[in-house]
Design a binder for this molecule. Structure first.
Ligand code: 5GP
Length: 120
């Protein structure tokens, strides 16, 4: 996910309220919503409110408070969904080989069924 941030990406539009989404969690640094094409009974996306394409972009550019706030928000989402037992998976796709489709950093949270081996 290189190049400038694209303000017209779908998650930027969701953050601006231009595209509807089903909110799961919201705070100063993070927004979480239900994936439109769920791959598990629970499939939530957690995104930073800042304009970051990728994990590298985020960790290089964001303030420490923003990074801490975002990572903590992912934990709050997992806790609020009550998925710690029997478990859940967090996943970040970055770039073409990982099939990153939306160029705004997002953490997938999958839960609600046995998730199988990590890679396919
Ligand atoms: P990626 O492949 O980039 O890691 O994942 C992008 C995710 O965003 C996919 O799981 C896809 O279903 C989801 N997605 C794409 N467009 C929308 C949308 O407009 N609304 C929601 N809620 N999810 C979306």
């Amino acid at each position: 996910a290189k190049g400038p941030y694209d303000d017209e990406n779908v998650f930027a539009k969701i953050l601006r309220g231009e595209i509807p989404s089903t909110e799961v969690y919201s705070d100063e640094h993070a927004y979480a919503f239900v994936d439109i094409n769920p791959q598990a009974p629970t499939h939530v996306l957690v995104i930073p409110r800042g304009r970051y394409r990728s994990w590298v972009d985020f960790t290089e550019s964001a303030e420490d408070a923003e990074i801490a706030g975002f990572i903590r928000a992912v934990g709050k989402v997992a806790k609020s969904l009550d998925v710690e037992d029997p478990g859940y998976r967090l996943l970040v796709n970055s770039g073409r080989h990982a099939h990153q489709m939306v160029p705004h950093l997002h953490v997938h949270l999958f839960a609600g069924r046995p998730l199988g081996p990590m890679l396919s």
